[in-house]
Design a protein around this ligand. Structure first.
Ligand SMILES: Cc1cc2nc3c(=O)[nH]c(=O)nc-3n(C[C@H](O)[C@H](O)[C@H](O)COP(=O)(O)OP(=O)(O)OC[C@H]3O[C@@H](n4cnc5c(N)ncnc54)[C@H](O)[C@@H]3O)c2cc1C
Length: 405
């Protein structure tokens, strides 16, 4: 038996981009479905550092780039959502830190002080003058550098995913493109998506199909039969360290390059400990290193930067992970959420977790332009016998099962 499901929009890929968009569509009364082939949030999203960037780290060279301009409004937008005052309600999500900090280990800071005081950055960066205002880790007598506070909240990403999914579970479908689901096309146009369940066929039709599949976009585009836009991967070799020091740390360490020398965020491991998660230059430069080599470099860096932190009993692990984005010349960082329209579809990447609202806004502009208005979604949902994807698990505790001491 075949059952047709008529929708306004089908979103494919349930990371931060797909979920923010899907939530927005639902709030506005669109009949929308989300299709996910693994777990919700389990791609780049849960592996991110959870910082809602306002673009400040992109200004480390001393010039205000387009990236910095575009992303500048994001922290306030997210804070509104976190207070439950935005269309997307994140009031159930947990904030790990109200601010991300910047610290200069030595004299790099002085060169940047004038720049930080400039009009362009007013309201985004504040130098902390009194040691009492410093995050705990820098209140040590051994610390000599400068500390700046950024207007960038750091989030517990799993709780963000849960908040975005809440109440919408019956409109989210677990798919397996090799087993039970296929895209039926007419040239470059998606005619419908066919899904088999319990001997039945669901024919899912939509006025617009939007892909937000992160690194999976390339394969999805093959199923769709399109080759544009091209995608790039920018790989990282991240480091995790669980140690005796009880303080969390949320800070970029200033180096001499445009990327921070090290970006540290801290995440609860579910067993009462903080795991420090290290990214930045060390992760970008660490692709050729084995996990053991990367851990050696990370240990040396932490000893050099924060010598008073006791790493004696620390447990270490690393993670190779790609950022997926639209192709740029010379693997440069794209500077805003990206959408590409093809027939009745849109291919998209947010390029940053922080830019998920921006991606959603851009898609909504296309719907507006095409006068694709909501057809109402009261009582709308998938048949009861379909499978729904799980919400991803935090990977911190598992990361240490093969850990290096
Ligand atoms: C280590 C690291 C740290 C980062 N830190 C930050 C940060 O602190 N702040 C920030 O702003 N950005 C950060 N980023 C970037 C940010 O994580 C990503 O830009 C963002 O999470 C991308 O979201 P997404 O929804 O596009 O992709 P993803 O989170 O990868 O989600 C894609 C989803 O689509 C699903 N999918 C894939 N293929 C298919 C298919 N064929 N059918 C159905 N579903 C499919 C996947 O299973 C997944 O759930 C970081 C990235 C990395 C790698």
């Amino acid at each position: 038996m075949t059952q047709t499901i008529e929708t306004d929009v089908v979103v494919i890929g349930g990371g931060i981009a797909g979920l923010w968009l899907f939530n927005t569509l639902n709030q506005q009364g669109y009949k929308a479905l989300l299709l996910e082939n693994a777990t919700l949030g389990g791609g780049q999203t849960i592996k991110s550092q959870g910082i809602v960037h306002g673009g400040t780290k992109y200004t480390l060279t001393g010039t205000l780039t387009k990236a910095a301009e575009c992303i500048a409004g994001m922290p306030d937008r997210w804070r509104k959502a976190l207070k439950g005052e935005d269309e997307v309600d994140l009031s159930d999500a947990d904030i790990l830190s109200q601010s991300q900090y910047l610290w200069s280990p030595g004299d790099v800071g002085s060169r940047l002080t004038t720049f930080f005081a400039s009009k362009a950055l007013r309201g985004r960066v504040e130098q902390l003058k009194k040691a009492d205002d410093f995050p705990g880790i820098f209140r040590h007598e051994g610390f000599r550098g400068k500390v700046y506070q950024l207007n960038e909240v750091v989030l517990d990403i799993r709780t963000v995913i849960k908040a975005l999914v809440k109440g919408l579970e019956s409109r989210i479908l677990k798919v397996d493109w090799a087993e039970n689901t296929r895209i039926v096309t007419d040239g470059k146009k998606i005619d419908y998506i066919e899904h088999q369940v319990g001997g039945e066929t669901l024919q899912i039709r939509a006025k617009k199909f939007v892909t937000t599949a992160g690194e999976g976009t390339e394969d999805l585009m093959k199923l769709w039969g399109i080759s544009e836009p091209a995608m790039q991967r920018r790989p990282l070799h991240m480091i995790m360290v669980r140690h005796r020091h009880s303080e969390p740390l949320f800070a970029h360490c200033l180096g001499t390059k445009p990327v921070p020398r090290m970006t540290v965020t801290s995440h609860p491991d579910g067993e009462g400990n903080w795991v420090w998660y290290l990214g930045g230059e060390i992760a970008e430069d660490g692709m050729e290193r084995t996990p053991e080599e990367q851990i050696r470099v990370a240990r040396r860096e932490l000893v050099a930067l924060l010598p008073w932190v006791n790493l004696d009993d620390a447990q270490w692990a690393t993670l190779f992970v790609n950022r997926a984005e639209p192709k740029q010349t010379k693997l440069l960082r794209p500077d805003a959420a990206f959408i590409h329209e093809t027939e009745n579809g849109i291919v998209s990447w947010p390029t940053k977790l922080a830019l998920a609202p921006n991606l959603s806004d851009e898609v909504m502009k296309v719907l507006d332009k095409e006068q694709l208005s909501p057809s109402g979604n009261k009582g709308f949902g998938l048949p009861e016998n379909v499978q729904h994807p799980e919400i991803c698990q935090p990977f911190w505790s598992e990361a240490f099962t093969d850990c290096h001491d």
